[in-house]
Structure formats: C-alpha cells, structure tokens
Design a binder for this molecule. Structure first.
Ligand SMILES: Cc1cc2nc3c(=O)[nH]c(=O)nc-3n(C[C@H](O)[C@H](O)[C@H](O)COP(=O)(O)OP(=O)(O)OC[C@H]3O[C@@H](n4cnc5c(N)ncnc54)[C@H](O)[C@@H]3O)c2cc1C
Length: 411
C-alpha cells in the first residue's frame, strides 16, 4: 500500500539537503528529510575539524573560475546563492565569519558543530520532519520511493523529491555513492566517481621516506603543463608523506594532475623550491668559492635551503649536477617530481563525477523523471578546497528547492 504523504521528500541530510529543506519550509512546503545515518551533517562536521571553510572572499569572477569545466553550469546557481549569501545565512544563526590570510572564509570559532546545531534546531522548530536510519534503496514501479528502515521496507509517494546524497568519499559519513546503480538503471547518466582534492603517490626511496614523512613544504611554487599544453603555476604549501604528496597546493591541482595520469599514466610537476629568488641570483650564489665547507653545508649556506627541501634535491638530482652551479640553480627552480596514482577515493576530501548536467533542466530536475531533483556533491562538478565545495552544495540545494517551489505552484 502506497502512502501519499507531505509534499516533498529530501533524501540526504548534508548541507545541500538541509539548505533545501530550509528554503522549502520557509515557503510553507512540508518536508520529510530522510537520512540513512542516525544524525545529519556528518561530513559537514568532519569538514569543521580542521576549520570549517565555508566560502572564499576573492572577486566573484575569480571564484567562479574555480569550478573549471562546470563554471558555466554552476554560475546561475552561485550568482543567486554564493559567497555573500552563505555568510549572511550563517549570521542569522548567530555565527559571524572572518576572512583568513588566504582569503578563505571561516566561521568565528572555526567549528561546524555550533552552526549545525543551531541549523537543525531551527529546522525542527519550523516543522521539518527528520526520518533517521531511513535508507533510500530505489524506485517502486509507479515511481514511489522505497526505503529500508531496520527490517522494514517502506514505500512512500511525494509530489516532489530532492536527492542530495553526496559524493563517494569518506563513506563512513553516509555518502557512499551506492545510489549510482539505481540511477543508472533508471536511465540517468552518471559520470564515474573519481578522487578529487586528494594526495598522489610518489616513488620515494626508502631513505627519503624514513627521513621526511610528515614534513611540510612551505613557500613553494608548483608548475605543471595541463592537457591543453598551458603552464599552470601556483604558490602554497603541501606535505611529504610516506606514500607521496598531500595538502592544499596539491589538492588545488588535483583535477589536472589526475587527468594527466589518466592520459599518460603519470604527471610530472615542477617545484620551485625558492620562488623568491631568480635563477640568475642562485647561479651567482652557487658560483662562489666553496672553500673547505662540505658541499651540503655550502648549498645550505648559499641558498638557505635545508631540511626536506634539501632532501628533495638529493633525492632527485645526481650529485655531479648539484656540483654544477648552472644545473643546481636550474634544479632548485625547476625540480621535476613524478606523481603516479591518486590516493583512494575513500580518503579524498571530495569526489569528481556524479549526475551528468545533461540529465537535468536548469531547475536541476531530472528530465527523465519529472518531479525528481538533484543537488550537492552528487552532481558532476568538482572544485578545489577553499570553501568552493560547501558553497556549491548550498547554491545547488537552494536552486533545486526553488525549482521544486515553482513546480508545486504550477501543479
Ligand atoms: C575531511 C573533509 C574536509 C572538508 N572540508 C571542507 C571545507 O572546509 N570546505 C568545504 O567547502 N568543503 C569541505 N569538505 C567537503 C564538503 O563537506 C562536502 O562537499 C559536502 O558535505 C557535500 O554536501 P552534500 O550535501 O552534497 O553531501 P553530504 O554532506 O555528503 O551528505 C549526503 C547525505 O546523504 C545521506 N545519504 C546518502 N545516501 C543515502 C540514502 N540512500 N538514503 C538516505 N540517506 C542517504 C548521507 O548519509 C549523508 O548524510 C570536506 C570534506 C571532507 C571529507
């Protein structure tokens, strides 16, 4: 027996689902929010552990560029609900934001928990019904939703449905990507999930690994040639690990590194270990008389390089080349490191891939299943860390909710 219930069902209680619930209930639409886990916002909470980066303060045109190949598709949604709106939204929950040195925007206090608590409390007050431990498992033949709840199977029908089930990394937060086969069986094209904002393997020697695992590399520039043959250069920092390289600068380039590996089996990045010194200046310094000093201490004294930066030179450049001032200066400014494999999807901060934008109209409704909308990380876009992920989840959640509102009005 199929129950006809509240007007809208939202599947998934991450930022995309929660902001959609808020948008709908504020317009008087009753919302049932289904969540497979015993609570909502688990990935949002994890995101808050290292400091919840809500959005970014750079000029809007620059901000939009961070969505790469999906800039065009996401621009209308981010224009309606973007960096400014997300900060105003946080403020209504009593959470002020501040801009960090890199332009990233954080809530004062950095944590996600106070914001999530205030948000959930208000949604309950407004009348959103949360159904925890309810896992959506598929569509019934008449299009109704099938849920598993303990050992019960429930079949529910709604006037509109929003799927906001997330990507496929950090599956312990509930976003497992296991909805993909169900969507594909319904004829919806889903681009395979791939790790995004992830680390990459490097074949270090055992000596280098044992000495430098966990060492940060600061004030560094990375260059790489992308698939279009363009040179991309970025300054920042990252960490050397046993397996390879991790951290914000590598994450920012992860889409390009990954696609290079897909095409050529590996991607070479070029490190500028001293971006504030020119090759010429280095050459002059390295051409000085060494005297009785060991080569290592001469290198350290003349260039200021030490620790892991010096370790990288020894790891990749033959000793005789380091003894040659011209070659050594060139190596310091352009040190090649080959990255072989992205770290597993499970460990990645986010996932690339998801529901193809061709499958949805501009309200984010599935063209093949009218009345069914999608939002958040489950759509096929990716962006670097820096607040771009949460902002686009909010933007698409709001857009899908507005799409639902206009559909309900015209029914
Ligand atoms: C370590 C880490 C740090 C991060 N830091 C940041 C940051 O600082 N800034 C930033 O912008 N982004 C950050 N992110 C990314 C950000 O958290 C995600 O992009 C965002 O949470 C995705 O939101 P979403 O609503 O699309 O999906 P999710 O938050 O993944 O929520 C999806 C929900 O759907 C539920 N669900 C899935 N399938 C079903 C089903 N079949 N039935 C019922 N429920 C289901 C899941 O249990 C989950 O609760 C970070 C991510 C990680 C892992």
């Amino acid at each position: 027996m199929t129950d006809v219930l509240a007007q809208v069902a939202i599947i998934g209680g991450g930022p995309a689902g929660l902001i959609a619930a808020e948008t709908l209930i504020e317009q008087g639409v009753s919302v049932n929010l289904y969540e497979r886990m015993p609570s909502v916002g688990r990935k949002f909470l994890i995101a808050g552990k290292g400091g919840l980066n809500l959005t970014h303060s750079e000029p809007f045109p620059e901000f939009l560029k961070k969505y790469g190949e999906r800039e065009t598709e996401l621009t209308p949604y981010l224009t309606k609900f973007g960096p400014t709106q997300i900060q105003q939204w946080a403020k209504q929950y009593g959470i002020n934001t501040f801009i960090g040195t890199s332009g990233r925007v954080f809530p004062v206090g950095m944590k996600a928990a106070p914001l999530l608590y205030a948000w959930k409390t208000r949604l309950i007050e407004l009348g959103v019904t949360f159904l925890f431990r309810h896992e959506w498992t598929g569509f019934a033949p008449d299009g109704s939703l099938i849920f598993k709840h303990g050992d019960q199977t429930l079949i529910k029908k709604y006037q509109a449905v929003l799927f906001a089930m997330g990507g496929a990394s950090w599956s312990r937060t509930g976003s497992k990507g296991d909805w993909v086969p169900i969507f594909e069986a319904a004829g919806i094209k889903v681009d395979p999930f791939k790790p995004s904002n992830c680390g990459f393997d490097v074949l270090w020697t055992d000596h280098f690994k044992s000495k430098f695992d966990g060492n940060p590399l600061k004030t560094i520039q990375v260059g790489l040639i992308d698939a279009k043959g363009e040179l991309i250069q970025k300054k920042g920092e990252f960490i050397v690990t046993n397996a390879g390289l991790e951290g914000s600068l590598i994450y920012a380039l992860s889409a390009k590194i990954r696609s290079g590996i897909e095409q050529n089996g590996q991607t070479t990045i070029y490190l500028d270990l001293l971006p504030d010194l020119s090759t010429e200046e280095l050459f002059q310094r390295l051409s000085k008389e060494r005297g009785k000093r060991s080569f290592s201490s001469f290198l350290e004294k003349t260039t200021g390089l030490n620790g892991v930066k010096l370790g990288l030179l020894w790891e990749f450049i033959p000793r005789e080349d380091l003894a040659n001032p011209e070659k050594c200066a060139q190596a310091i400014k352009h040190l090649p490191i080959t990255l072989t494999t992205p770290h597993p999807l499970e460990e990645a901060i986010s996932s690339a891939g998801g529901v193809d934008f061709e499958e949805m109209d501009d309200r984010l409704m599935l063209k093949k299943i009218p009345g069914v909308f999608c939002a958040g990380e489950m759509l096929d876009w990716e962006a670097p860390t820096g607040g771009y992920l949460i902002t686009a989840c909010f933007a698409t959640g709001v857009a899908a909710a507005n799409g639902i509102l206009s559909r309900l009005k015209h029914q």
